[in-house]
Design a protein around this ligand. Sequence first.
Ligand SMILES: Nc1nc2c(c(=O)[nH]1)N[C@H]1C(S)=C(S)[C@@H](COP(=O)(O)O)O[C@H]1N2
Ligand SMILES: [Mo]
Length: 412
Amino acid sequence: MTSALDRALGARLPAPPDALRRGPFRPGAFRSPLHSERRSARVGGFLGAAFLVCFLTGLLSHLIQHAPGWFVWPASPVWLYGVTQGLHVTTGLTAIPLLLVKLWTVYPKLFEWPPAGSPSRVVGRLSILVLVGACAMQLVTGLLNTAQWYPWGFFFPDAHFWTGWIAIGAVAVHVGAKAPEIRRGLARRGSPGAVAGLTPEQADERTAVDGAAEQQPVSRRAFVVAAGLGAGAVTVTMVGQTFSPLADVSVLAPRHPGVGPQDLPVRQTAERAGVTGTALDPAYRLTVEGPDRLDLTLADLRAFPQHTEQLPITCVEGWSAGGTWTGVRLADLLAAAGLPRGTAVTVESLQPGGLYRASTVAPPHARSPRTLLALQLEGEPLHLDHGYPVRLIAPNRPGVMQTKWVTRVAPA
Ligand SMILES: Nc1nc2c(c(=O)[nH]1)N[C@H]1C(S)=C(S)[C@@H](COP(=O)(O)O)O[C@H]1N2
Ligand SMILES: [Mo]
């Protein structure tokens, strides 16, 4: 395809005058073996693996939150979503230093001479722009998202989802297009001639000029160790927000499990959600729509059999924290309202607006004995910010679907 393009447009594009070949453009400008094909291919391997895991776990999270008819996400094991979302955030964060290292190994290619020898090179170089742009966009917006910071005008989940497809597509095209280099890079011990930024002829020319004498300001081993430590440090300092044994070393994590009212972080406060009045109103009722519609006061809810479950809130933004919840089984309420077992329902909040004021409970969760309309956390009435008087808490489900300040449940 590319050669057809070259044939149609003329195989060679005119080269700029040689007088411009200065600074980084001059032959042999990049001598460090850190720019070798081998280094580039190996870092690329780790980066590609991180991207793939990040993409697949991101896709899964999207499917759970916007479930198409064919998609069924189970209610157990309880911790599964915590693991997949933890992997998503961790691989994304680890990819940031890996991407920087990768860009360092290949940046001499920016100074390739001639800048565009053929039409297919122009296309190839533009595709790198898309690749780097999409990957950087995903990593940066994802990072800011973990800090709960949305300094942009677009709707993050949609933008992150679609750019994810562009990024993974660009990675696949890149790996396909670079297959020969990758194979060479992984097969051979880094040879001094194999500099990523140079064509084979340029490399030969350069090797002839420089001989075997390599200028090594940083040794290869030091480079690999530094890159590994950088990626590892980012991982360890962030992962504690989902993996509590590491919480104490997670100095970069914006959230800490266990810090917040009733030892649990708060994502949206009652104040910001605009429910402080309605949530504390004695006229509060929980309505359950069905053949035998229920209109329950808090006292009515307390008269139902109470159950206690240990279940985490796993926020898509990257933190996860466990709580001990007590309340009424959703399944018991649906049965009391005359609904068949496992009816999918919508759970609605007192919150007057906002994207997260309601969520859908699919059959596996509607039927699960572990899905509660919780009245208590850690043995006390829910804190107002955790959803007083009643919140949904279900196993193996994104935090964003654990609706707070619930006032109405209706068949979906
Ligand atoms: N009504 C309502 N419920 C909501 C939200 C919201 O904005 N409004 N935020 C959700 C999100 S994103 C998360 S992570 C959890 C967090 O629960 P917590 O604040 O009690 O920890 O609540 C969920 N329930
Ligand atoms: Mo969340």
